[in-house]
Design a protein around this ligand. Structure first.
Ligand code: SAM
Length: 304
């Protein structure tokens, strides 16, 4: 169960899509004063070295954040104009790499942390089940000043999130929550667990914003997941958005090379009304800079 380590994949095209969608969602929601309960059900280790052993082996960031940064913020040259959400994302990555060299990648806990507002208005709850990653996450979070706004649990995030909803009311009396569900899907049962979890969360708190990352791979459960999420959203009469990014095959790969993950999607239930327009501009740019070969493309659908 625990063979997956996100460090191999940190900063790949899937992380780029996921973290851009997360930032664009929160930027909008945080324009309102009221505090938000943020939950990351599958948090990972929090911070990743892009020059470390794991990433050297996988090197997936080179087809993701490294490529995007090189294209839009070329060293020694003027930055290239990009969609505001891409700029926002690259600013965040750059803030973790003040030397200008990409050495550190902030995972979702640190993307979320960077958006937290002070005065403890927002709360962040992180779940991570891998003992080593959970220890690393705890150590990384302990170094932050906002430590008291953040809680880390070595617990199953599918279960741990449930009692957190509905969230407690903010000072203004409104209840707001954003949940990121980002499993590794290394075990088939994760697909069913995601839809069961979403069904339960919508029942408990219909107005929460729920973001689900999923891989696009030739596996029936993977094809079914976005369809199932659409059905659940439609049944609950909640609006949804589904964004996908496929970088396509690497033309330098031989026929026997394993292709690795080439496409993924983000499904958002109760998306902010600005998210579609933001991604409509960003996705074609991501494709231009990250697209490789056969099978590349992007889609953006909404409903509800
Ligand atoms: N969300 C992270 C990010 O964007 O930086 C990446 C998370 S990674 C794709 C999935 C993580 O979930 C792994 O670190 C894995 O150990 C952890 N995990 C697996 N099953 C879990 C469960 N049931 N509850 C909580 N964490 C789990």
């Amino acid at each position: 169960m625990f063979s997956y380590r996100h460090a191999f994949h940190a900063g790949n095209h899937a992380d780029v899509l996921k973290h851009i969608t997360l930032i664009a969602t929160l930027r909008h929601l945080m324009q309102k004063e009221a505090g938000i309960t943020l939950v990351d059900t599958h948090a990972g280790a929090g911070l990743y070295r892009l020059d470390g052993d794991y990433t050297e082996t996988g090197g997936e960031a080179k087809d993701g954040v490294v490529k995007l940064m090189a294209a839009l913020r070329p060293a020694g040259a003027a930055p290239v104009a990009a969609a505001p959400v891409i700029d926002d994302y690259l600013d965040l990555i750059a803030s973790y790499n003040p030397s200008g060299l990409l050495r550190v990648y902030p995972g979702s806990p640190f993307v979320l942390h960077s958006l937290l507002r002070t005065e403890s208005r927002d709360k962040l709850k992180l779940f991570e089940l891998h003992p080593t990653d959970s220890r690393t996450l705890n150590a990384n979070i302990a170094q932050l000043e906002a430590g008291r706004q953040i809680a880390v649990a070595l617990q199953d995030g599918f279960e741990g999130v449930k009692p957190l909803l509905p969230p407690p009311p903010s000072a203004t009396g409104s209840k707001r929550a954003v949940v990121l569900i980002d499993p590794s899907y290394e075990i088939k049962s994760d697909y069913g667990k995601v839809s069961a979890c979403i069904q339960e969360l919508i029942r408990r708190f219909p107005t929460g914003t729920y973001l689900v990352w999923y891989p696009i791979i030739p596996r029936p459960e993977a094809h079914d997941l976005p369809r199932r999420l659409k059905t659940l959203s439609n049944q609950a009469q909640r609006p949804w958005l589904n964004a996908t990014l496929a970088i396509g095959q690497d033309p330098t790969h031989g026929p026997d090379d394993r292709p690795g993950l080439t496409a993924s999607g983000m499904f958002v239930i109760n998306p902010p009304h600005t998210l579609k327009a933001a991604l409509q501009v960003a996705l074609p740019q991501l494709l231009t800079h990250l697209g490789r070969g056969r099978g590349k493309g992007q889609t953006l659908d909404t409903g509800g």
